[in-house]
Design a protein around this ligand. Sequence first.
Ligand SMILES: *Cc1c(COP(=O)(O)O)cnc(C)c1O
Length: 353
Amino acid sequence: MLKHNFSAGPCVLPQEVFKKAADAVLNFNDLSILEISHRSKDFVEVMEKARSLALEHLGLTGKGYTALYLGGGASMQFLMVAYNLLENKAAYLDTGTWSAKAIKEAKMFGDVNVVASSKESNYNYIPKDYTVPTDVDYFHFQTNNTIFGTQLHETPDVKVPLVCDMSSDIMSRQRNFDAYDLIYAGAQKNMGPAGATLIVVKDEILGKVSRQIPSMLDYKVHASKDSMFNTPPVFPIYVTMLTLEWLKANGGIDWVETLNKEKAAKIYNEIDNNPLFKGFVTNPEDRSIMNVTFSLHDESLKDRFDTLWKEAGINGLNGHRSVGGYRASIYNALTIDSIDALVATMKELERTA
Ligand SMILES: *Cc1c(COP(=O)(O)O)cnc(C)c1O
């Protein structure tokens, strides 16, 4: 039996994507996808499809944005963003471990104004009471905090360019994406395997800083080469393309958002109604529909619960070490069946505790 994979990333992907990816390893137009030239017509088509599908899903086609797939993970974007966009001062919102890492990198390039932080309470809520100065080069934040299970549900209403790490909720829900100037996301949280990072950048914001930028770290260089300045991560991009095709064939972000909300509601409902469990996020408004963090009131039930979910074929439920407890990552490809399996173990614990 295949396991129910609640892993935070790399994550569950659709079975049909795994099958197609496996087929392409063995035979992709009479070669293996692993041995083809990235300059071949066949791969150029894959790259163009992956780039155009990303823009299409986000509703950004023809609106002056370029999609790139680069290596280095989302962590590389922490410094690339600042390298390319930070001339004097930038504003950052500190909502978790990944925000803190982004802030650390940005400080090497200019003044960083941290407008608000929920660090003092281990990031268990999203700060909302802050103002972003109007003289900053951009405002950077994370939409979804993978480790803590919080999510910004509204796009901040500010007048400066918005730069956003959407690694763990990209393609999971609608937002007014055209309000953003740069969006980045490591593929491995919701879109594909590890190894490729999607960057969607508004063309007009590039080329404004005075510093010299090394070619490999320059968005303009990658954009001018259609994301083929050097050998791109061929296989991760291929699998990401397959996942974006799967999303499109099923009805796109509108379809998956409805499904994701239904999945999240089922687990939160169980957390709220089962007397053995409590949620980590203090304000229900800030709960993530991608990463659900919770714990037991009574730690002495831990072994019992762990046995129950492992026996049910559940994988990846342990919380991040900085939060403890449990984290159910319920990305796009996780099915309602898997949610039901988890909820059943929670009910079983209550019945037998
Ligand atoms: C995982 C994650 C990152 C880091 O991604 P890498 O690809 O491992 O560098 C950054 N931001 C968020 C929100 C994440 O969830």
